[in-house]
Design a protein around this ligand. Structure first.
Ligand code: SF4
Length: 436
């Protein structure tokens, strides 16, 4: 397949490959080969193999459970503002405390696993480590015992008080929002009193431990704002030296009021800093930098900027967040609509507002018929979306596999970035044999 694509084959497990491939070639039993632009980042911590396996189980029908559950166990966060750049900024000043009880979260995870779900992302909304069930590692261990892949996306502010050894031992991918190299900048952005030196120290201990026990890599993100962008290269250097394996620089996405205002000087200075950070990439440290301008608006499905027949994001993933009682959960279409009930604006209604945690998957499944907006119609309804990569990736994959009813083998490749554009929508490298 590699010679047809003209790329370099990237072998190994999903962690070996992480960040090192940008194209996937799929071969069907009839000999057809399709190349798709890869979407490695969004499958974290799942792998292509997990996704293909899940799709195969769909066998031509809608999934009976999402592939990924983004579980926001609490609205509480140890950061106060994140420079106004967090999507929870609109309601952060309200200091929301609602959470899903540990019992309800466990019931929800169990139902997810029993219905064939694969990946739990402990996410927010708030900081998942503010939830005792996550901080203690108990929910992570449970999810792992149920055969799920897990990740925790956290500010890291409470890592030193977490059972991080148990979390790493459960093969959970920790991804920490650094957003600064130094304490003054971190404090200015996050609005709390966290000492960066302490955060770097605990990250180094966790990374060393993960390496010692051959556990999952530890990752970090850096959200670019006008307050912190000047520290991005230094943060990458310190992350590398702390043993962090992945450093992902992110643009702030969302509505205009959340967008940081960069000056002309900022915009002129930033490319060199990002190039410096990228230059630190090696076999053990992968750096991702944005290929879009930092001030470019979100893509709009309504304006036809996403080439797909349906919103595959909300077909394969969902967000669960706290409802009005600890024992209940609220299920949302996607991350764009999290924050329901605590002041977030631009809402579509929740898929289920008070589902029993043990039966939420059937509510989610019913939403294919009962929700007021069909998944295809969301591409005419939503005015901004951050998931074009996944949606277009899935469009090609679903068409080629006929929603999993045709088996495929996948190989991963790296091709020259200037050639990636020809893969948009999928590039047929070889047609299938006609059936006799
Ligand atoms: S914003 Fe709309 S189109 Fe985009 S993932 Fe969410 S529901 Fe789908």
């Amino acid at each position: 397949m590699g010679s047809l694509l003209g790329g370099e084959h990237v072998p190994g497990t999903h962690w070996d490959r992480f960040g090192k491939y940008n194209a996937i070639a799929l071969e069907r039993a009839d000999g057809a080969i399709l190349a798709i632009r890869a979407h490695a980042g969004e499958l974290v911590p799942g792998s292509t193999e997990d996704l293909l396996d899940f799709l195969k189980a769909c066998n031509g029908r809608h999934p009976v459970a999402p592939f990924t559950l983004e579980l926001d166990p609490t609205y509480a966060c140890s950061s106060v503002s994140c420079g106004g750049a967090c999507f929870s900024a609109a309601y952060r000043s309200l200091r929301p405390k609602a959470q899903i009880s540990e019992e309800a979260a466990e019931a929800a995870i169990r139902a997810f696993a029993h219905n064939g779900g694969r990946v739990v992302r402990f996410d927010g909304g708030g900081d998942p480590l503010m939830h005792e069930g996550v901080r203690s590692g108990r929910l992570v261990v449970k999810a792992n015992e149920l055969g799920l892949r897990t990740t925790i996306l956290t500010s890291g502010d409470l890592l030193h008080r977490s059972s991080w050894e148990a979390i790493i031992d459960s093969d959970c991918y920790l991804r920490v929002s650094l957003n600064a190299a130094t304490t003054p900048t971190r404090r200015e952005i996050h609005g709390n009193k966290v000492d960066m030196a302490k955060l770097w120290a605990v990250l180094a201990r966790i990374s060393q431990y993960a390496m010692k026990v051959s556990g999952p890599p530890v990752g970090a993100t850096f959200l670019l704002t006008a307050m912190n962008y000047h520290e991005v290269a230094e943060a990458a250097r310190m992350a590398r030296d702390a043993g962090i394996r992945h450093f992902s620089v992110r643009r702030v996405l969302g509505p205009d009021q959340l967008r940081p205002q960069f000056t002309t000087t900022d915009l002129e200075t930033l490319p060199e800093l990002l190039a410096d950070a990228r230059g630190m990439s090696n076999d053990d440290f992968v750096v991702f930098t944005p290929f879009r301008e930092v001030n470019e608006p979100d893509l709009s499905p309504q304006s036809g900027q996403i080439a797909a027949s349906s919103c595959w994001q909300s077909t394969f993933k969902t967000v669960m967040e706290p409802a009005d009682q600890d024992s209940k959960v609220r299920v949302q279409l996607c991350g764009r609509y999290r924050g329901d009930g605590v002041g977030q604006v631009t809402q579509l209604p929740a898929i289920a507002t008070s589902a029993e945690p043990s039966s939420w998957v059937s509510d989610w499944r019913n939403s294919f018929h009962a929700y007021p907006h069909s998944r295809p119609s969301l591409l005419r309804k939503c005015t901004s979306c951050i998931d074009r990569g996944f949606i277009e990736f899935m469009e090609a994959l679903i068409e080629f596999t006929e929603m999993g009813s045709r088996a495929v083998n996948a190989e991963h490749f790296y091709i020259a970035p200037q050639d990636l554009g020809r893969l948009r929508g999928g590039l047929t490298l070889r047609s299938g044999r006609p059936s006799t």
